[in-house]
Write a protein that binds this ligand. Structure first.
Ligand code: NZQ
Ligand code: ZN
Length: 385
């Protein structure tokens, strides 16, 4: 096992009716900014519950944080916080709202243009406002991690950053608030969480049976529960299992002490920045090809994945690996997320542009072995057409 630091200070309040407990976790006397997206929380009652739980406090609102939150929009929230001297942020929504809130938290006291936070991947964050989250879409794990991804539309750049100052103080996870999710977002969430586990699990062996078995348990849970969320959308237990699974997929636990990949995510971010694809759509396109192209360096873990997650025991090594990747791809399709560039009207004509973006963003030595060069990314994209 590799050396690691594991630190996760986020308090999780999980279950039905937990929004009412907001008053216990938002600090007394806080001047609160509630941040949210395009309005789903207004139509499903979450907003009203939040406001009644915050009754009696100083509360301002900031709406309109878009999927793949933009620097341009978030800077307006930064101005509002500065102007109104607010001191606590509450994100209410999916990963985009939580990620956007992390940026605002870091940007408010940042000297100079806060875009530098992205350029430095968060290493230059020296203080951040405290914040909490109410999660309405299980997918990203942002509710219990210190990472964020922000897009600057004017540059078509979608970049990640993280800081130990950017863990939510608390996150409220009420699975019943996910009943209103559109089918597309249910599928997206399951695929995103699945890809997070794969990025931390399918690398190379370092004798880490605990992390491996946690990862395999999470993957199998998504494989079992994901289709049920589509078939029986009003089943609370299914939603609860998916929600907790997505949180555990990216809260640092399964990634501690093991190599991590993340090449699929970095290539995927360029597809979103350039063509506006949903985050999970990009992963569904890239991950199967990424595994195929890199199957030699990932061989041992791919065979373990095939055997333990999909129960594939027949055939030679290459056949078992291919079968496992095919089942992964079929699973994404079963969740309603298409897995080919051509499904999104993209193809060979777009590959040079994507590679140029990767180069511009220094994404030229990706992966657990830093061997995913632009040539490797090219092969992956070609195989994804
Ligand atoms: O904006 P509203 O009206 O709220 O609608 C949202 C949005 O249109 C809707 N929605 C959310 N909860 C709902 C709901 N609709 C009905 N009922 C509900 N309960 O869903 C749409 C998508 O929301 P979004 O927050 O964009 O989705 P997601 O949670 O998948 O977040 C994606 C973003 O997270 C980043 C991605 O890159 C992308 O920008 N990621 C963040 C990570 C992290 N911080 O660790 C890791 C991930 O790999 C990912 O990169
Ligand atoms: Zn992701």
């Amino acid at each position: 096992m590799l050396n690691f630091d594991f630190y996760n200070p986020t308090r999780i309040l999980f279950g039905k009716g937990r929004i009412a407990d907001l008053s216990k976790v938002v600090p007394d006397g806080a001047r609160v900014l509630v941040l949210y997206g395009g309005g789903s929380i207004k139509s499903n009652g979450v907003f009203d519950e939040v406001m009644s739980a915050l009754a009696g406090r100083t509360v301002r609102e900031f709406s309109g944080i878009e999927p793949n939150p933009s620097y341009e929009t978030l800077m307006q929230a930064v101005e509002l916080v500065r102007k109104e001297k607010l001191d606590f942020l509450l994100a209410v929504g999916g990963g985009s709202v939580i990620d956007g809130t992390k940026f605002v938290a870091a940007a408010v006291h940042f000297e100079g243009d806060p875009w530098a936070i992205l350029e430095n991947r968060g290493r230059n964050v020296t203080q951040a406002l405290p914040f909490g989250a109410i999660l309405t879409l299980p997918a990203t794990g942002s509710e219990m991690n210190n990472g964020s991804v922000v897009t600057r539309k004017s540059l078509q750049a979608k970049l990640p950053f993280s800081s130990k100052l950017l863990f939510p103080a608390f996150s409220i996870l009420d699975p019943s608030k996910t009943f209103t999710l559109p089918v597309r977002q249910i599928g997206n969430g399951v695929v995103d969480a699945f890809a997070h586990i794969m990025e931390q699990y399918v690398t190379y062996p370092v004798n880490s049976p605990i992390q491996d078995r946690f990862a395999e348990g999470l993957l199998q849970t998504l494989i079992e529960e994901g289709p049920k969320a589509l078939a029986t959308p009003d089943d609370y237990d299914v939603r609860a299992n998916i929600m907790w699974c997505a949180t555990l997929a990216l809260n640092g636990l399964i990634g501690a002490g093991v190599p991590q990949d993340w090449a699929t995510h970095m290539v995927g971010h360029e597809l979103t920045a350039l063509y506006g694809l949903d985050h999970a759509q990009t992963l569904a396109i890239v991950l199967p090809s990424m595994l195929r192209v890199r199957k030699d360096s990932k061989r041992a873990k791919l065979l373990q994945y095939a055997r333990r997650v999909w129960n594939i025991t027949e055939g030679d090594e290459d056949a078992r690996i291919e079968e496992a990747i095919k089942r992964t791809q079929d699973f994404f399709e079963q969740m309603g997320v298409k897995t080919r560039l051509s499904d999104y009207k993209l193809g060979a004509q777009n590959i040079e542009t994507i590679l140029k973006q990767l180069g511009d963003h220094q994404m030229v030595t990706l992966g657990e072995l830093r061997d995913v060069t632009l040539d490797v990314s090219r092969k992956v994209l070609e195989l994804s057409i």
